[in-house]
Write a protein that binds this ligand. Structure first.
Ligand code: HEM
Ligand code: FMN
Length: 696
């Protein structure tokens, strides 16, 4: 074998002493420059900046290799470290994977970001989307809309309302909310500081002071929301992310999140959740105004699915599969978070030839990865939603499409973003013609994320498509999770019999993991000694005592990242036929019939291989389809699950049922006026109607 190629020998622009390639990278739109360099230097090249050397990677095989969480981890780059110090603290985005608080927050937040939880956010998302459409409806002919600015207002207000029931009311203001001003200023400063030498940053005293003031202002505001929520006690509506962080307990450590970390998470959601999604909707609008045929096809779907509904439902939004394809194709050409940096856990060789030391930054240049002809075909540079049709998705090589990052550090907000963007694009196309009156030519601008620069259009109400006025303002989605969730009342712990229960999951994006978390909590409430973890932590560990519940998804017929090794072990001819002898198990699969040929491939494999290796199925395999009534299918599987587990293990019925001695129901009388989020956030008071007459 040829000698490995060292980092020094990897090609790249030459650069200057100390500052490396700083001057080769255009600060207005660095990613376009990096893409150009990839065209010049190839699928792996080297750039140096004051913070160190990075390898920029866009070859699908190399990317697939560095996505392996066992050998590589996310790298907290200099930019992320500055963001952490200046704004996001130990939030999910900027923390090391080894930070115990990252794991705790990840475990707690998986459920509120799962597909199942998305139903809860629809009313709040609709509330803000209606504000945008109302504003656009009232524009005069000839008025322009600044697309990225409108979408940034929309996504920021949406994440604030869904995140912590706070209204920035961006559509009702002439200038940004002071919190938004502080956040934007801090983000820009953090980015500038990441590009400078640390010594120069220390000299910028006024900048540091402003950063400190902004930080204090933002933390105080979120801190105040937390204390107000605590004061509301049992009457609080905790269905938003803040409520779930305040009440959530990590099943693994049994601990909740400290308040300062909750503040960091709220700031993180604002930062990570608004520009990315606003850029996505803006790019999609750009591609639609340039491709009227795709817009027409999308409108046909939207008219059919939405019909005359004034407020689309969760089911309707999730039936807009062509709109989703448009969004996914926009993310292919312009992934709005275009870089994701990994690092080897130990010195290693990648691609069989490049020797890379532990700790070096390996940055996936996602826009270039997504422009690989071998994967996408000759029209790779063209916008064509068929690139992301179900059939094409099925045929994609693993990790060839990566707009949301990878593995355990993948985007937790993916389903939130896609639901919000689908809903908004659906509503806009339903109501408006989008007019490219300036014949806009795409140029991008990059801050933390990338978006179209100076993109303005005109909008006109679509003939005959004025939707009926909404009767009432949508209320917050309280307790919708309870509707979607099997009827498992919160119960006092039953007698601790301590029977082992392993709840194992294989999950990339958190759906299966959130279900596993829920099952683990239910098991604990029923007196089991629960071990919760990814499948790959339990290779050759399928013991006969107790029971094992497995929840797993599939990706193009292959296992999610944290289940690859477990499945490989099960299928390995060298694995003894009795490797799972006597174990009692049940499987639930999370899948999507859009991947028809490989629907539920991995859950099916687990179910049959476990049986073939001597384990005993104690409850029939369940299958949830994201295209159908996933919640109903899960409920059907869950019915009788605990009864079957208890019966199979010869446990008393108390292990299947919640303890019966304590009250099964608790009733709290709720004053709607005190708890209605619309009333709360506007600080509204009752008033007498003195006169009611038509004004024109
Ligand atoms: C189109 C919209 C979005 C895109 C393209 C996107 C993309 C990404 C990417 C590529 C990563 C991985 C970053 C890395 O490897 O360093 C990431 C992580 C993350 N995203 Fe998103 N994101 C989007 C929307 C959202 C939303 C709406 C939220 C929250 C409401 C969110 C919250 C996060 C968080 C918290 C992380 C860090 C997860 C962790 O490391 O545990 N994102 N996102
Ligand atoms: C790129 C991609 C490929 C997928 N491939 C399959 C598949 O082959 N079979 C299937 O049933 N579901 C497939 N799905 C659907 C996921 O398995 C489903 O969304 C699941 O709920 C994700 O669970 P997770 O969030 O726990 O990873 C795929 C989804 C994506 C995004």
């Amino acid at each position: 074998m040829a000698a490995p190629i060292d980092v020094d020998e990897i090609p790249g622009p030459r650069g200057v002493p100390f500052l490396g390639n700083v001057f080769d990278i255009d600060s207005h739109s660095p990613v376009e420059g990096l893409v150009q360099m990839a065209r010049q230097y190839g699928p792996i090249y080297k750039v140096s900046v004051p913070a160190g050397t990075r390898l920029m990677i866009s070859d699908p095989d190399l990317v697939n290799e560095i996505c392996d969480d066992a050998r590589f981890d996310k790298k907290i780059s200099a930019g992320l470290a500055v963001l952490s110090q200046s704004l996001a603290g130990r939030g999910l985005f900027t923390s090391e994977t080894t930070d115990p608080l990252w794991q705790r927050a990840h475990n707690i937040l998986m459920a509120p970001f799962s597909l199942q939880a998305m139903r809860d956010y629809i009313p709040r998302m609709l509330d803000i989307a209606n504000q945008l459409t109302d504003k656009w409806t009232r524009l005069n002919p000839g008025d322009e809309v600044d697309v990225p600015a409108s979408m940034t207002a929309l996504t920021l207000d949406t994440i604030a309302l869904c995140g912590f029931d706070y209204r920035f009311n961006s559509f009702y203001r002439d200038t940004p909310h002071p919190f938004v001003e502080a956040m934007v200023r801090s983000l820009l400063t953090a980015q500038a500081r990441a590009r400078r030498l640390p010594a120069l940053n220390r000299l910028r005293i006024r900048e540091q002071r402003q950063l400190g003031d902004d930080q204090t202002f933002m933390k105080d505001l979120v801190g105040k929301l937390i204390s107000e929520r605590r004061q509301q006690g049992g009457a609080a509506d905790n269905s938003d992310l803040l409520g779930r962080m305040l009440t959530g307990v990590d099943p693994q450590s049994g601990k909740g999140l400290p308040d300062d970390n909750i503040i960091s998470q709220c700031l993180t959601f604002l930062i990570a959740g608004h520009e990315t999604t606003s850029g996505l909707i803006s790019f999609a609008i750009y591609y639609l105004v340039k491709n009227p045929d795709y817009a027409k096809r999308a409108r046909t779907e939207i008219d059919e699915v939405f019909g005359d509904s004034a407020s689309p439902s969760y089911e309707q939004v999730h039936r807009l599969t062509y709109v989703l394809q448009i969004l996914e194709e926009s993310l292919r050409l312009w992934p709005t978070a275009p870089l994701s940096t990994r690092t080897p856990r130990t010195d290693t060789v990648i691609g069989g030839r490049y020797a890379v030391p532990a700790g070096i930054g390996l940055t996936v240049l996602i826009p270039m990865l997504h422009r690989h002809q071998g994967v996408w075909g000759a029209d790779v540079e063209q916008f064509n939603p068929d690139h992301l049709s179900p059939q094409h998705k099925t045929a994609l090589p693993p990790n060839a499409y990566k707009p949301f990052g990878t593995g355990q550090r993948a985007c937790i907000g993916r389903q939130f973003a896609l639901q919000e963007a689908t809903l908004v694009l659906g509503m806009l196309l339903k109501r408006f013609e989008l007019v490219d009156h300036l014949n806009y030519q795409l140029k991008t601008k990059q801050t933390l994320t990338v978006k179209p620069d100076e993109f303005r259009i005109q909008v006109r109400a679509r003939e005959g498509r004025t939707l009926p006025r909404r009767g009432v303002a949508p209320t917050a989605a309280r307790a919708a999770w309870a509707k979607a969730d099997p009827a498992v009342p919160p119960v006092p712990a039953t007698a601790q019999h301590g029977t082992p229960l392993r709840v194992l999951f294989g999950s990339n994006l958190g759906t299966a993991e959130a279900i596993a978390n829920k099952l683990a909590s239910e098991g604990t409430e029923r007196g089991f000694a629960v071990i919760l973890g990814p499948l790959d932590d339990h290779i050759d560990d399928v013991p006969a005592d107790g029971a094992i519940l497995l929840v797993c998804s599939s990706y193009n017929g292959t296992p999610p990242e944290n289940g690859v090794a477990f499945c490989r072990w099960l299928r390995d001819p060298k694995t003894p036929k009795d490797a799972c002898a006597g174990a009692s198990y049940a499987v639930f699969g999370c899948g999507d019939t859009q991947w028809a040929a490989t629907y539920q491939a991995v859950p099916k494999l687990l179910d049959t291989e476990l049986e073939e290796h001597g384990a005993r199925r104690i409850h029939a395999r369940g299958a949830g389809d994201a295209e159908a009534d996933f919640d109903g299918q899960y409920r059907a599987w869950h019915d009788g699950l605990w009864r079957d587990v208890a019966a199979a293990l010869n446990l008393p019925s108390s292990a299947a049922e919640p303890a019966s001695t304590a009250p099964r129901l608790s009733i709290s009388i709720v004053n709607r006026q005190l708890t209605n989020p619309v009333i709360l956030s506007y600080k509204a008071h009752p008033a007498r109607v003195r006169e009611n007459r038509e004004l024109w």
